[in-house]
Design a protein around this ligand. Sequence first.
Ligand code: NAD
Length: 296
Amino acid sequence: MSLRIAFLGLGHMGRPMALNLLKAGHQVTGYDPVDAVRAAVAKEGIDAKPSIAAAVDEAQVVISMLPTGAHAREAYLGADGVCVNAPAGGLLIDCSTIDVDSARAIEREVTGRGFAMVDAPVSGGTGGATAGTLTFMVGGADDAFARADPVLQAMGKTIVHTGGPGTGQAAKICNNMVLGISMIAVSEAFALADKLGLERQALFDVASKSSGQCWSLTTYCPVPGPVPTSPANRDYAAGFTAAMMLKDLRLSQSAAQAAGAATPLGAAAAALYTLFVNEGQKDTDFSGIFKMIAGE
Ligand code: NAD
């Protein structure tokens, strides 16, 4: 069924996700505050509008892919935001990675005003967004999930209902804590291999088939060569920036503190990514932390 969908936030992830909705036969309007972004997506068939109000005016579904919880609160609840401009009864899907508290606060407010909402952060990176193979972790009421599921199918391969509102974000920050820690672990292993005279390709050939196997190694390998599509092969052009990884690690650290969970490796990963970002690498792909660890 073709739906009128408004897509807010057309950056690294949002643009390819919106294009997949278009490919699936939906009518897609879009909004991003950056003029050049709107001009670029307009050339690709997205009806780019100059404001959130104009983008959501007739939308049956609103999807957002924004940087942080503050952006999401403003976009949904602000004076010029979704809540006051979208037709009542619509389905709202926030795919951004944001803090659990903001996700729950937005859901509470919009459902009180007659919308259905899910938090549906993703895993799979820009490659998954382009290929339409993202994993969605979806928090929300059963009926909201049932409405969101067919829409998300156009952008992803694995759609998991994680529970009530905010649990999608909880799943996401737990997953990304593993990702940040594992990227550092894989980087340390390659840096050690270099010092021991072990060829990078040889380490890859062994670890990718052994118990060291993980996504940071086999899909997003932080050294050039073994995985030709990984950002290391294009001088760590993002991809997923170090700033975004640090944001997610901080989200898991503040959630862990609030919940009284012990996450010592998560804390170390947050500290290392803080160092990397403070070296002026915020826009570098997060796998570039290999350069800092190896002293390159
Ligand atoms: P990005 O910075 O490339 O894109 C975000 C876009 O949102 C920008 O173009 C920005 O101009 C726009 N924006 C800001 N305020 C807005 C508003 N009020 N209305 C509409 N648009 C607005 O970031 P990204 O890499 O696409 O990441 C977006 C979200 O997805 C983040 O929460 C990130 O943590 C998450 N994420 C990213 C990846 C990845 O690999 N890049 C993977 C999984 C999840």
